[in-house]
Design a protein around this ligand. Structure first.
Ligand code: DON
Length: 345
């Protein structure tokens, strides 16, 4: 097992300082954005590295050639290349928006005190990481985060509601508001993952046993599985990313989805743990808070500048889309999207 790594408080501070100005990239010629998007699409269109996830059988059947890129700027304009209409399941990217919903509803402390905001240094569905918190770090202190399965299932369990239906309406509502359209669950993916999610059920039961979930772990696992099965295309994901890029205000609908002051907490966890045990490497090269999903999507956020997303199902060994990582890094670096870099004059 890798050693337990700590969070990046300095980075969170840098994010808090990052400008959330509404002008951002809108001022930059849209032509530059489109050029960067087109260049990345042309460069990686024929790249064949990686392999679809297959531990959820429905994911293995998705067309591996699907490749779409979208960037959304402050003025709500959407720049695209490739297939930005075909849907894949959102998978772990949903963890960001359910975490955001809990932070919006209950405050940033609720997540930090219940689950934690530290990287685990382990794979996203590691049970050893949960045990390590107890036996290595000590006494079950909150030393995980809501972007790995144990923390994500707990976060879903934290969404308040008198019934599963009420909780679900809040979860899907937050996703819809962030995406600027009503999203649907891909029923084939939901069934496929429900039939094969015994490991997540074990994690849910363990989180109840250790007190991270207060009751009804079965409901938390089921709603978590359902949120992971929401269908999204590259355009939807880029709009969702842009809602986080512009202080919680969706630039397409102008709806304030979450309080601007709470967005840096969401971005900090994305920066720390968004690409699992490759999060450090990703941050090193791009500086962007981001989140991947095993459906093949990645979202990334350049605060005050743009939201970006790529969908391409083949994944690398860490579980992150190969083409999405490369395309986002190229586009962001050519648009000056790294929030850790000094401002250009
Ligand atoms: O819990 C699971 O296994 C999936 N529903 C989500 C995993 C995922 O997307 C991890 N991603 N990189």
């Amino acid at each position: 097992m890798r050693t337990i790594t700590r969070s990046l408080p300095a980075f969170a501070a840098a994010l808090a300082l990052a400008s959330l100005s509404a002008s951002g990239l809108a001022a930059q010629a849209g032509a530059d954005v489109q050029k960067a998007v087109d260049a990345a699409y042309a460069k990686y269109r024929t790249l064949k590295e990686g392999k679809n996830a297959d531990y959820i059988p429905a994911l293995a059947k998705v067309n591996p050639d699907l490749f779409g890129i979208a960037v959304v700027t402050a003025d709500g304009k959407v720049y695209t290349a490739g297939d930005v209409k075909s849907e894949v399941s959102i998978q772990s990217i949903s963890k960001v928006f359910t975490m955001a919903q809990v932070i919006q509803e209950q405050g940033a402390d609720a997540i930090e005190k219940t689950i934690g905001v530290d990287a685990t240094g382990a794979r996203f569905n590691s049970i050893i990481a949960v045990e390590a918190v107890r036996t290595v770090v000590g006494s079950g202190a909150p030393e995980m985060n809501p972007l790995v399965n144990p923390g994500a299932i707990s976060a879903t369990g934290m969404v308040r509601g008198a019934s599963a239906d009420e909780v679900w309406k809040k979860i899907i509502g937050f996703h819809n508001d962030s995406a600027a359209r009503n999203l649907d669950v891909l029923q084939d993916v939901y069934k496929s993952e429900s039939d094969t999610n015994q490991r997540n059920q074990a994690i849910g039961a363990l989180m109840l046993a250790y007190g991270y979930i207060k009751s009804n772990w079965q409901q938390a696992v089921d709603l978590y599985t359902r949120q992971c099965s929401i269908g999204v295309n590259a355009r939807d994901l880029a709009v969702m990313a842009s809602t986080l890029a512009f202080g919680g205000k969706n630039p397409v609908t102008n709806k304030q989805v979450m309080d601007a002051a709470k967005v840096p907490n969401v971005l900090a966890v994305m920066a720390t743990a968004g690409l699992y045990d490759d999060s450090g490497k990703w941050l090193y090269h791009t500086g962007l808070p981001a989140k991947s999903g095993v459906g093949g999507g990645i979202i990334a956020v350049s605060p005050g500048k743009f939201g970006i997303a790529v969908v391409s199902p083949p994944l690398d060994d860490a579980g992150n889309s190969v083409r999405a990582q490369r395309a986002i890094a190229d586009i962001s670096n050519s648009l000056g999207g790294n929030p850790l870099a000094p401002p250009s004059r």
